[in-house]
Design a protein around this ligand. Structure first.
Ligand SMILES: Cc1cc2nc3c(=O)[nH]c(=O)nc-3n(C[C@H](O)[C@H](O)[C@H](O)COP(=O)(O)OP(=O)(O)OC[C@H]3O[C@@H](n4cnc5c(N)ncnc54)[C@H](O)[C@@H]3O)c2cc1C
Length: 589
């Protein structure tokens, strides 16, 4: 497997890998990573579809990438996916998956046309005082010291950030900035999460710094991602003859390990309640999604809070059983043993009449029923003790959604502190109480809240004990490599496998690890697109610096080394050069 960039490799089709007709593949899990791996096996590996077996614990595919209409409860979205143009592996995949919405178009075509015609941006990113504009006005409001701390982190080597937390590398001035407010709410970082992950995010999305405050950096699918991304892949794979086996919990993969090689020899599983085993040869490839951010997620309803279930679910047990066999298979405990640090809760509110939409309209400053962008990404209520944010994507968000209803996604980063209206921690609240707290921050008159929450909306809360498990501080080896050293027929894929430079909690990460796994195990002779190299592009760096400083010039910063630069009259030396031209163009000097 090697990385590439540019059009030559992007448009090339690899030759059929040698011996592929003799090979089979078994994939544990049917989340985005497994489905993507199956698509790459078919498209680039040219493996026969009927040789590919997807083994899923649940009775439907998609894993974390959800959106479902439950017959009893109604519409449910545990999350919504913020996406961008430089999800290189993901778009490489979806250019080949037929759209279910637009005839003769790919999922990429559909997404591209939609986001061209109706670009995403927010007209009120932050509120305070119950639905009033907090007037962050696209400003980052970073002090010179805080800006320097970001720059310092950007240049820190990965290994110097092993096991470090965000609050080890930033000070109070940074945590008070709008930058941190935008950042933590849009990516769900907490102070105690990994400083390394934070750095990787800054580097990975440096080209989007200017588009963070109004969320114009983001792109969204037409419907929820189950309908817009997962279903087209499932249809594509079914048409290729890929075998889906649900209600199948993989409990272990048994290895034969010698100093020369590590070979997966047995898959142990429970299928429809019965223990079963698949014997494996070197030509049987195994792909395991180790860990899941939605493991043990549980739903409540209008009258019940969700149950907090932090028992080790199927995915952690599977990874632990595999990890016990060799050090190179990672350290799951690092990610799944402190649920108080990895949890938050979301809720799906469905509005039932025209009372709540009137308040939504005031915040989003658009018609929520227009079919176009509504809030344009999340709206954060900065004075909410739960640090509540909410979003309305283009409506309808479900194909089946009635035209006069809106589906709203609400989430709180802090689930263990009392709310401002309901005075209870979010995790103890019923759906109705969460709606009440949301309506309070939306600006609904207090006397109208109880009736509106009871009669004008339905709310399904969702507790996710492991939602930010991948953000826990880590060191080398905690995440196993996609193909651990010596493995001949086995790969880890998804958010807890390790690849360079890319960032977890993204759909791209699942697809990238899937592509790298397939290309390695089948020796596919085509480059995997490297992570977009914007952090090596001097133009992007200069532009991001200027934007981060809210337009202030870098030389105006009161930091010692910049003062020195000016004192030493270094600027005179670049006078008349391309460097000066660049610095001026990007407002640095
Ligand atoms: C609330 C939320 C918000 C998000 N926001 C964004 C965003 O803004 N942008 C973005 O790009 N991404 C976002 N994501 C992340 C993205 O959706 C996930 O990273 C991605 O879908 C993970 O896919 P996966 O296949 O790697 O893992 P999963 O989807 O977790 O798949 C794992 C699968 O394995 C199955 N499984 C587990 N254990 C076993 C077992 N023992 N045997 C058999 N099957 C098993 C599970 O049931 C599941 O189907 C968000 C996710 C959530 C939940």
């Amino acid at each position: 497997m090697y990385y590439s960039n540019g059009n030559y490799e992007a448009f090339a089709r690899p030759v059929k890998p040698e011996g592929v007709d003799k090979k089979s593949a078994y994939l544990a899990g049917s989340g985005l990573a497994s489905l993507a791996a199956a698509c790459f096996l078919v498209r680039d590996g040219q493996m026969k579809g009927e040789h590919i077996h997807i083994l899923e614990e649940l009775s439907l595919p998609g894993g974390a990438c959800d959106g479902i209409k439950d017959a009893q409860k109604g519409f449910i979205i545990r999350g919504g996916r913020e996406m961008e143009d430089h999800f290189e592996c993901l778009w490489d995949l979806f250019r080949s998956i037929p759209s279910l919405e637009v005839e003769n178009a790919s999922v990429l075509d559909e997404f591209y046309w939609l986001n061209k015609k109706d670009p995403n941006y927010s007209l009120m990113r932050v509120t305070e005082n119950r639905g009033q504009d907090a007037h962050t006005d696209n400003k980052f409001a970073l002090s010179d010291k805080a800006a320097m701390e970001i720059m310092q982190l950007f240049f820190t080597k990965d290994k110097d950030l092993y096991d470090k937390k965000i609050n080890d590398v930033f000070t109070e001035e940074f945590f008070k900035s709008n930058f941190w407010l935008y950042w933590r709410t849009m990516f769900a970082f907490e102070d105690w999460h990994s400083a390394l992950e934070m750095k990787l995010y800054i580097q990975r999305f440096i080209h989007h710094i200017g588009g963070l405050p109004d969320l114009s950096a983001l792109k969204f699918t037409k419907y929820n991602q189950y309908e817009s991304l997962i279903l087209p892949m499932v249809k594509y794979l079914e048409a290729q003859g890929v075998q889906f086996q649900y209600d199948t919990k993989v409990t272990n993969v048994i290895f034969d390990i010698t100093p020369e090689k590590k070979a997966a020899r047995k898959i142990m599983m429970i299928h429809n309640g019965r223990e079963e085993c698949i014997d494996l040869l070197d030509d049987d490839l195994v792909f395991v999604t180790n860990g899941s951010c939605t493991e043990n997620s549980s739903l409540g309803d209008d009258d019940h809070a969700p149950v907090f279930n932090d028992t080790p679910g199927g995915c952690w047990e599977l990874w632990k059983n595999i990890a016990a066999q060799d050090l190179s298979f990672g350290n799951p405990d690092k990610f799944c043993s402190e649920t108080d640090k990895t949890t938050w809760e979301s809720a799906t509110v469905t509005t039932l009449d025209d009372r709540i939409p009137a308040y939504i309209r005031k915040v989003c400053k658009r018609d929520p029923f227009s079919g176009k962008v509504v809030t344009g990404g999340i709206v954060t209520c900065k004075d909410s003790s739960w640090l509540m944010s909410y979003t309305l994507n283009r409506q309808p968000h479900f194909k089946e959604q009635p035209k006069d209803q809106l589906v709203v996604w609400v989430y709180g980063l802090f689930t263990d502190v009392p709310g401002d209206y309901v005075k209870k921690p979010m995790r103890e609240c019923t759906g109705r109480e969460i709606t009440e707290e949301w309506l309070y921050h939306l600006g609904v008159p207090v006397e109208e809240i109880p009736d509106m929450a009871a009669n004008s909306a339905r709310c399904i809360p969702c507790m996710m004990p492991y939602i930010t498990a991948f953000f826990m501080p880590r060191t080398a080896g905690d995440r196993p490599k996609v193909v651990p050293d010596g493995c001949v027929n086995f790969a880890f894929i998804g958010q807890f496998s390790d690849t360079v430079r890319d960032t977890v909690f993204t759909t791209e990460y699942s697809v990238r690890t899937a592509m790298e796994a397939v290309y390695t195990l089948l020796d596919v002779d085509r480059g995997v697109p490297e992570v977009y190299g914007s952090c090596y592009d001097i133009r992007t760096l200069l532009d991001a610096t200027s934007k981060m400083l809210d337009g202030k010039k870098a030389i105006e910063m009161k930091v010692p080394w910049i003062m020195k630069l000016v004192e030493k009259k270094a600027l005179r030396k670049i006078s008349g050069t391309v460097i000066e031209e660049l610095l001026k163009e990007y407002n640095v000097i």
